[in-house]
Design a protein around this ligand. Structure first.
Ligand SMILES: [Zn+2]
Ligand SMILES: [Zn+2]
Ligand SMILES: [Zn+2]
Length: 142
């Protein structure tokens, strides 16, 4: 797996560094985590890595397209390694849990605007909001 990450980094002309490998491994094992969680996961393995280093790694990986950054309204930014497939997310309004939803259409822009105002539309961002099973159960228990 580490060899895989090295190949991915080289493919986008990023140097292979231990923090970059650690961030990729963290996101592979924990999709949709926020920055603080990534820092905790990386530091469990490499205690000397600074917060700033993790921020920089996340930005470099996102800019290079290896990592996708999602930010549902009102939530902190989350990161995941599932990129390039135009999938969407369902978000729990109560606890912020996030799960992947495959795109019903399969390719961007996914929705046809009722009026595109002459824009060439290449992306529609869909977020499904609701209550996750855990919160729904907790709600009925009260
Ligand atoms: Zn929930
Ligand atoms: Zn996702
Ligand atoms: Zn879609």
């Amino acid at each position: 797996m580490t060899a895989d990450f090295e190949t991915q980094l080289r493919a986008v002309s990023l140097r292979v560094t231990r923090p970059r490998l650690a961030v990729l491994a963290a996101l592979r094992d924990h999709p949709h985590v926020d920055t603080d969680t990534v820092i905790a996961l990386v530091r469990a393995d490499q205690p000397t890595v600074s917060h700033q280093a993790v921020y920089d790694v996340l930005r470099a990986l996102t800019d290079a397209g290896l990592v996708r950054r999602i930010q549902p309204a009102g939530a902190t930014a989350r990161y995941e390694m599932r990129v390039g497939d135009n999938h969407h997310h369902v978000v729990c309004r109560s606890c912020g849990a996030i799960a992947d939803v495959d795109c019903a259409v399969g390719d961007a822009p996914c929705l046809t605007a009722s009026d595109d105002h002459g824009f060439v539309v290449d992306e529609a961002e869909v977020v499904y909001w609701g209550t996750c099973p855990g919160c729904a159960t907790a709600g009925t228990a009260q």
